[in-house]
Design a protein around this ligand. Structure first.
Ligand code: FNR
Length: 433
């Protein structure tokens, strides 16, 4: 028999042990281990603009509240006496065995919380060995983030999240870069063909991208550079001295020194880069034909992010994609939208194992991930919580927040009478009316 005080088995008990041992020496965890305190502390260290963008939601915030309410309507009903001494969180996703069914959601404009945010988050994800979905609105070029992840753990899992630009060549260029930097999958975000109505940002007139924050995947892209060069040439007249090389150099300065970009927003190149981004980053006309054609554009598994209706899930199967992320974008797009857990409960039985189903939006704890798995998700993605960890304690903070969620998942698994995430079914839950 295992001695509970000396030989923890599983990541949950290992994490508890680590924290309690530190506590004996008077050291507290770097980041709070509950979401409410994590959020409070993060707000204290973040600028007003950063807090508005990262914590904010659409409209009156009803979708964010709804995400939590949907989770609260499900209760875990633990079973006892089932020998849970040995447990496994291992999950297979697109040919990879992951240590836990958890991913880092793509979060754009992370520079608001920490300079080169994505590099730190990549570092954190690589330490844990769980996938990081790079945002198309990242604050560092994907190649730089991938290199950092490889430094920590060669081949650490990473995905790329695509916003479908109005420029198809840019889409192809981003996809080619994603393949080259070793992405396991591409997540195409469907719910943001336009930005939602976000009062927190609107009330202070703040859009990060308009200040050049979160456009690094673009300014580092050869096709984007070409578009900017064409526009600059058109704006200032065909002047031979404005070469493509000069514009590339200027964009690279802008990328490596965002402060200089801000100061130079009146100069033609950086200003044109920002304006070009705003003009082309997303395509409101996006439709199922585009998705059907995506197979010819990339060899990567395709995952559609932002699916909330069972009929759209059926259609996703019909067009032959490999998975969906049931998501309302953390309540940032449509106010009063269905909670992602309610959507999951309706979608998972329809999919019935025919493609992978992930979920995000309002997932804050290991118990939340457990409920998502019980309702049919293969894995859950974590958004704001890892950003709060990043704001509080850099890469270590982002890592610890997700490590805590995984630890609690492991404990919840065992304490509810299960030994493997694959064994969790809806039977483990009861719906509260
Ligand atoms: C996001 N999200 C997001 N999604 C995406 O596909 N591309 C992106 O660039 C972004 N950017 C972004 C910025 C910020 C500040 C937030 C909070 C969210 C949505 C994200 O991937 C995920 O769907 C939600 O964050 C999940 O909800 P929670 O975990 O934040 O409640």
């Amino acid at each position: 028999m295992t001695d509970e005080t000396t030989a923890p088995t599983g990541v949950g008990r290992a994490r508890q042990n680590e924290i309690y041992t530190e506590g004996i020496h008077g050291r507290r965890p770097r980041v709070p281990t509950d979401h409410a305190e994590l959020e409070r502390r993060a707000q204290r260290v973040m600028s007003k603009r950063a807090w508005a963008y990262i914590a904010g939601g659409a409209g009156e915030g009803a979708t964010m509240t709804g995400n939590r309410a949907a989770l609260d309507r499900w209760a875990i009903v633990p079973r006892v006496l089932r020998d849970v001494s040995s447990r496994s969180l291992q999950t297979e996703l697109f040919g990879r065995t992951l240590p836990a069914p958890v991913l880092f959601s793509p979060v754009g404009a992370g520079a608001l919380a920490a300079r080169e945010a994505d590099v730190h988050i990549g570092h954190a994800a690589a330490e844990l060995g769980v996938p990081y979905i790079f945002s198309n609105q990242g604050s560092a070029p994907m190649e730089r983030v991938a290199a950092e992840m490889d430094r920590v753990r060669p081949g650490a899992p990473r995905w790329f999240q695509l916003y479908w630009s109005t420029d198809d060549d840019l889409v192809d260029s981003l996809l080619a870069r994603a393949e080259k930097m070793g992405a396991d999958a591409v997540a195409v975000t469907l719910d943001t063909t336009m930005l939602g109505w976000r009062p927190q940002d609107l009330n202070i007139g703040s859009l990060p991208f308009a200040r050049g924050e979160g456009i690094d995947q673009y300014t580092s892209d050869p096709r984007f550079t070409e578009i900017v060069a064409d526009r600059v040439r058109a704006a200032v007249g065909e002047r031979p001295e404005i070469s493509l090389g000069a514009i590339k150099t200027l964009l690279s300065i802008a990328r490596n020194s965002p402060g200089r970009l801000l100061k130079n927003l009146t100069a033609p190149e950086p200003r044109t880069a920002v304006q070009t981004f705003l003009d082309i980053y997303s395509r409101p006309s996006l439709n199922w034909d585009d998705i059907a054609g995506l197979r010819d554009r990339t060899s990567l598994p395709i995952v559609l992010k932002g699916v909330l209706h069972p009929d759209d899930a059926r259609r996703a199967i019909d067009v032959g994609v490999d998975g969906i992320i049931v998501s309302n974008h953390g309540g940032r797009q449509v106010d009063g939208a269905i909670g992602s857990i309610d959507a999951l409960a309706a979608i998972a039985p329809v999919v019935d194992g025919r493609m992978r189903v992930l979920v995000d939006s309002g997932i804050h704890t290991g118990a939340d991930v457990f409920k998502a798995l019980a309702l049919g998700a293969d894995a859950a993605c974590i958004g704001r919580p890892h950003m709060y960890g990043l704001a509080l304690a850099g890469a270590d903070g982002a890592r610890d927040v997700v490590a805590n969620i995984i630890a609690e998942l492991d404990l919840t698994l065992g304490l509810s009478g299960h030994t493997s995430v694959a064994d969790i079914t809806r039977e483990a839950l009861q719906q509260i009316s």
